[in-house]
Ligand binder design. Structure first.
Ligand SMILES: C[C@@]1(CC(=O)O)c2cc3[nH]c(cc4nc(cc5[nH]c(cc(n2)[C@H]1CCC(=O)O)[C@@](C)(CC(=O)O)[C@@H]5CCC(=O)O)C(CC(=O)O)=C4CCC(=O)O)c(CCC(=O)O)c3CC(=O)O
Ligand SMILES: NC(=O)C1=CN([C@@H]2O[C@H](COP(=O)(O)OP(=O)(O)OC[C@H]3O[C@@H](n4cnc5c(N)ncnc54)[C@H](O)[C@@H]3O)[C@@H](O)[C@H]2O)C=CC1
Length: 495
């Protein structure tokens, strides 16, 4: 014996504009069914017969020319040239007659008051762009079907439509035979079904490892550049004494700053800039070098993390386009202004930057308690990106705490927001570093090397610890420390 499933209904998706439909009964239920049909398939060709037709249905017919209303009682001839019928009258016997007439004419029937007589049920419909999900409870509780629809509507991100568009493009572009295509499509979409937390961590670990290797490589490149640019090569002992000059207490402090910043960023997903900026300013580095060094040292890690988010489909292209141009413009302007102001630096620049660091510390602190309140669209994303980019360049950090936090707190899906903001951060960092390079040169290279070295020691450690420490208490801790530290800096520089 073949075991019977609890629910043996078989769902299909009908193209109603290819079919001819009859609705018998023009009261409340007739109206509900018409509503569902026409909302989903506005062009469906439907004939309704009933002696009394409600006002709402009359209005519907004005908007939908494909809906034909006939004021009369039902008879069998109404089924001629029909494919589907819904009986929704308040007369149970008549509804049963509609069913037997339909069966004789080979027309599929839905009898609203008698589920046992139905050839098909209508379902509750979830719709996000091209995505459609139909829900049935096997007739047990249409109300639960309706509630589940609301749950799905809330939990499916609106970016899903973008994902479908991207997949359609990709599907058309893939080469190879059918099974190869299927394999590639399955690989690309694996991220949608993966139990995100644990697997993402291992992926992240892998990318952190690559990131730290690239950071080493970049450090080596800078050292190489400095060595080569002092051609003819100085003899080795001289070179050593020159290098030794830099490996002093201050250099060790730069490394410590890089180490701490990378630990914070690896564990919280933000805060590299503000942590290293606070440390470096404490060490007496001037604000221009602080921001220039932070952005130069960040290029590679930002690139790797942005690319990995892109690869895993965490990027919302539309949001990316809205963020990147204003963000880059803001970053260039912020960097240029800092260099300009820095040259004529009054003593006031330091407390201003420290005040800004305090604000960022506060943002991280608040983030620990923030509930995400989904409230739909966010306007002025461009301005947010511009301010984020500007402040990030001017103050040494803040893109993550400002842009990611704002978008997520306004109810954007965390996965797509973090992915998209990460990818944009690479372009912001690059724009900022390039502006510093062309305006202020690379006099700050010892700071860059220190940060990179310190950061590369921290990267594997923070990757191992990520997810194991309580994120909330860490955000509170980092926020409070940054705030106390900045207040100390402000007091020190004005007293
Ligand atoms: C078998 C089925 C046949 C069919 O109609 O296709 C059927 C049958 C019956 N419905 C009844 C009552 C209600 N139906 C709704 C709502 C919906 N009913 C829908 C489908 C179905 N209803 C099919 C099974 C679907 C499944 O498998 O789950 C939905 C999903 C689709 C749609 O109709 O478009 C739509 C939700 C759309 C949405 O909003 O998403 C509400 C709630 C409300 O309106 O808020 C109530 C009142 C509360 C309650 O009773 O639960 C009664 C009792 C009448 C009486 O007591 O007199 C019967 C007859 C019986 O069960 O005997
Ligand atoms: N499946 C579902 O989702 C639901 C089904 N129901 C069932 O649906 C039935 C109808 O309920 P309502 O629409 O609220 O009733 P209603 O009284 O609002 O409307 C009845 C309609 O049937 C028409 N009618 C009566 N005799 C007719 C005939 N011989 N030929 C053509 N049309 C005729 C009337 O003119 C009227 O337009 C109820 O019996 C109820 O049990 C109720 C709620 C939900």
């Amino acid at each position: 014996m073949i075991p019977q499933p609890a629910n043996n209904l078989y769902p299909v998706f009908l193209k109603l504009d290819h079919l001819r439909m009859l609705v018998v009964g023009g009261g409340h239920v007739g109206e509900e069914k018409l509503n569902s049909l026409l909302r989903t398939s506005p062009g469906a060709s439907i004939t309704l017969v009933a002696p009394e037709i409600s006002e709402a249905i009359l209005q519907m017919a004005e908007k939908h020319p494909s809906l034909k209303l006939v004021r009369k009682t039902f008879d069998r001839s109404d089924l001629i040239e029909k494919d589907l019928v819904i009986a929704a009258t308040n007369d149970k016997t008549l509804n049963a007659e509609v069913k037997s007439a339909a069966t004789e004419s080979g027309v599929l029937a839905n009898i609203a008051d008698t589920p046992e007589l139905c050839d098909f049920y209508l379902g509750s419909i979830v719709n996000k762009g091209d995505l459609k999900i139909a829900i049935s409870t096997n007739g047990k509780s249409p109300t639960v079907a309706k509630r589940l629809k609301e749950v799905f509507n809330d939990s499916i991100p609106s970016e899903m439509d973008q994902v479908l568009d991207n997949m359609k493009e990709l599907r058309l572009r893939l080469n190879g035979n059918f099974s190869e295509k299927v394999k590639q499509l399955n690989d690309i979409t694996r991220v949608l079904v993966e139990d995100t937390q644990p697997k993402k961590l291992t992926e992240e670990k892998k990318w952190k490892q690559i990131a730290s290797r690239l950071i080493w490589l970049f450090g080596a490149m800078i050292v190489g550049h400095i060595l080569l640019s002092s051609v003819p090569l100085p003899p080795v002992p001289e070179l050593w004494s020159m290098t030794k000059e830099y490996i002093n207490q201050q250099f060790l402090f730069f490394m410590l700053a890089g180490f701490l910043a990378q630990m914070v960023d690896g564990l919280l997903g933000m805060g590299y800039g503000v942590t290293s900026a606070t440390c470096l300013i404490t060490a007496g580095v001037n604000p221009v070098s602080v921001s220039a060094a932070i952005h130069t040292s960040e290029i590679f890690s930002a690139g790797v993390s942005g690319y990995s988010h892109y690869r895993f489909g965490n990027v919302n292209k539309k949001l990316f386009k809205h963020l990147v141009i204003p963000g880059v413009l803001g970053a260039i302007l912020g960097a240029a202004l800092l260099v300009l102001v820095g040259e004529h630096a009054g003593n006031w620049l330091m407390p201003v930057i420290a005040l800004y660091a305090m604000f960022l510390g506060f943002k991280i602190f608040v983030r620990a308690f923030q509930q995400n309140t989904p409230n739909g669209k966010i306007k002025r994303v461009g301005w947010l990106a511009w301010c984020g980019g500007f402040l990030d360049s001017f103050g040494g950090g803040g893109w993550g705490p400002i842009v990611t936090s704002t978008l997520i707190s306004k109810g954007k899906s965390p996965r797509f927001t973090i992915g998209t903001v990460s990818l944009t951060e690479f372009f912001i960092t690059l724009a900022s570093a390039a502006t510093f390079f062309f305006t202020a040169g690379i006099g700050h290279w010892p700071v860059v090397v220190g940060l990179l070295l310190g950061g590369s020691f921290a990267a594997p450690i923070s990757a191992r610890l990520a997810g194991k420490l309580p994120a909330k208490s860490m955000m509170i801790g980092v926020g409070v420390i940054v705030m106390i530290w900045s207040i100390r800096l402000i007091l020190k520089s004005i007293l």
